[in-house]
Design a protein around this ligand. Structure first.
Ligand code: ATP
Ligand code: MG
Length: 389
């Protein structure tokens, strides 16, 4: 039995030129994400894209799983292809649901007929398919209002499609339709979720991680790579920059007032990430900050961080509770990795009494007593990059 995948666009509010940019990008992203599974042909019609595998050995199962993580898709489903012969359509329909039908108690059939030459009209198609299904699977009941399973039979120009319930797509906008951003990726719970959320709004991402060996271990770096891979299943290809941050952190410890350790560290992170982002063509930074979560995420602390950034900082988690963030982390499968107990550079020299109401001018003054430019240049020079996804 030949199977295809039907894909429905999201963001229906988009109109005109935006709409075709959105669709082209979505198609390109699907192509790229499925490239290693074999050749496919796409057909576009209105808001549906039909994906035809070109060869028998195309891994449809794997393709469906990946499609569920591609942004811009509202819904999708597998479908069986039938010739336009009603007897064959009926037989194929019974056969197609033979495995899955036992999960359902009630069903209805919806017929769509874009070929008006087809000898049966839509209500007749529905009725006859319904009858043959009831005959083959007598435990089923028809429920036209709230069925467990909707069987859709579409009669198109050259062939017919039979499909069951649609699956909900990842939603959002195709990655790349909102430009580029650089996510500051720690090994924690929040930053991978922030990355996922901004990719969902169409941002193409690179990631910047600050490592402080030997205070932070190889394992911590591996963890960040794993998290970036999991994010890349949604965000597509992500370049991960790993910045050696030890010398800067030691200098902060030795030269800056303890109450400002974290805030100065975060300012320097923004400066370095901003430079990497700009080189990468990114127009925004993304962090996993959430208002009030820790001392460096109070309003005044955030203001001090913003002051050091050369581009906007997007903070998609700013108004979210930890529980809600964890829920998303579980959904995108980053949670179990995030809670592995490796040290992050943020926790290396945390002061006992951080200032939760830092005054910007005082922080600036404290920071400016040291010349950071050489250290920043060195950190940038020794930054490693790895392509993930
Ligand atoms: P997370 O759970 O993502 O680690 P957090 O709640 O632990 O966040 P912080 O450690 O204060 O909060 O970090 C806030 C944000 O700063 C992170 O979400 C991330 O965007 C960025 N960040 C923190 N540490 C690093 C790091 N080592 N490298 C890159 N970015 C980092
Ligand atoms: Mg953290």
């Amino acid at each position: 039995m030949k199977e295809i995948i039907l894909i429905k666009n999201g963001e229906l509010a988009l109109k005109g030129l935006n709409r075709s940019v959105f669709e082209d990008k979505m198609l390109k992203n699907i192509r790229r994400r499925l490239a290693d599974l074999g050749k496919v042909t796409f057909y576009k019609s209105q808001s549906t894209v039909t994906l035809y595998p070109d060869s028998e050995d195309f891994d449809l199962e794997q393709a469906v799983e990946r499609i569920g993580k591609i942004f811009g898709i509202a819904a999708y489903s597998r479908a069986a292809v039938a010739p336009k012969d009603f007897e064959q359509i009926k037989t194929l329909c019974v056969e197609y649901f033979a495995q899955s039908i036992y999960a359902y108690k009630t069903f209805k059939v919806e017929a769509k007929r874009s070929d008006k030459q087809f000898p049966l009209k839509s209500p007749e198609i529905s009725r006859e398919i319904g009858a043959v299904m009831l005959q083959s699977y007598p435990f089923l009941k028809v429920d036209v209002h709230n069925p467990d399973l909707v069987i859709t039979v579409e009669i198109r120009d050259k062939e017919a499609y039979i499909r069951g319930n649609q699956l909900k797509g990842a939603g959002g906008m195709p990655v790349g339709t909102s430009g580029r951003g650089a996510v500051l990726m720690s090994g924690g719970i929040d930053s991978p979720v922030a990355a996922y959320m901004m990719a969902r709004r169409g941002l193409e991402l690179c990631a910047v991680h600050f490592a402080a060996p030997p205070y932070t271990s190889e394992l911590a770096e591996g963890k960040v790579k794993t998290l970036t891979e999991k994010v890349a299943a949604y965000a597509g290809r992500v370049e991960l920059y790993i910045v050696p941050f030890t010398k800067i952190q030691e200098t902060i410890r030795d030269k800056c007032p303890q109450e400002y350790f974290t805030i100065i560290m975060r300012r320097l992170m923004m400066e370095i990430a901003g430079t990497i982002a700009a080189e990468h063509g990114a127009k925004a930074l993304v962090t996993g900050e959430s208002l009030g979560q820790v001392a460096s995420q109070t309003l005044m602390a955030l203001a001090c961080t913003d002051d050091a950034a050369v581009m906007p900082i997007l903070r998609p988690l700013i108004g979210m509770d930890k529980n809600d963030i964890v829920e998303i982390a579980r959904k995108i499968d980053t949670f179990e990795t995030s809670i592995l107990p490796y040290e992050d550079c943020c926790t290396v020299f945390t002061p006992k009494h951080p200032n939760t109401k830092p005054q910007l001018d005082e922080v600036r003054k404290a920071q400016s007593k040291t010349d950071w430019s050489q250290m920043i240049a060195e950190a940038l020079e020794n930054t490693k990059v790895e392509v993930i996804g």
